[in-house]
Design a binder for this molecule. Sequence first.
Ligand SMILES: [Zn+2]
Ligand SMILES: [Zn+2]
Ligand SMILES: [Zn+2]
Length: 260
Amino acid sequence: MDRIDLLFLGTGTSAGIPMIGCRCAVCSSTDPHDQRSRPSVLISYGRTRVLVDTTPELRLQCLRNGVEMIDAVVFTHGHADHIMGLDDVRRFNALRDGPLDIWADELTHAVLERSFGYAFAPPRPEMKIFRPHLIRRRIDGPFEIGGITWTPIPLIHGDVPVLGFRIGSLAYCTDVSQIPDNSFDLLRGLDVLVLDALQHRKHPTHFTLAEAVEAARRIGARRTLFTHIAHGLAHAATNAQLPAEMQLAYDGLRVVVDPI
Ligand SMILES: [Zn+2]
Ligand SMILES: [Zn+2]
Ligand SMILES: [Zn+2]
């Protein structure tokens, strides 16, 4: 398999860090690692670049990180922090002069259609550059993008079923409060695991840092990087207390995934 490159476009929780109107130590930190936009990654291999989720900061994330083309979008679930930048992908339609595949399960497609009705209305050529041109691809099992298999990993996010994904020896599991036993079986032998770790305090829809560390130990990836981070976790201080193979990710972090 080709080498896989992972780029963290955003690693923050749904409100983003700093949060509007918060003056806590992390929200007012001068460490750039403490500035977290909404959670998304770009996964690249060969000539293929796949965007996972379209956050409200998609445009800025692409500009900051030099992302000038994508070949497909894959959605984890339909929450606002993961979908609200979908309109911005019309730039990629213009640059590639063609439509873009968007992969999502049934539930998430329904949310996308409700939230971006205009993007799914019958085509009008004169409106071409003003709305995204999307091809719906339904996830109901493993699927292929650019010749590589993406395996959906069923996860529980409060009371919502969401998807993580495994691509070779990489897995991306954001927005999770419980991993079903069967899904642990899909996560064996990873080089890099990306996992939700919101904060220290118990939360109904996300892993705490301690819960994330426990799940990460059970999964046993060579490296684990935490994402969807709230303002309770300062980057440098938290990482100093975590084992070297488990660290908080940060916006702009690039990781090369080794085949196992
Ligand atoms: Zn989220
Ligand atoms: Zn704060
Ligand atoms: Zn969510």
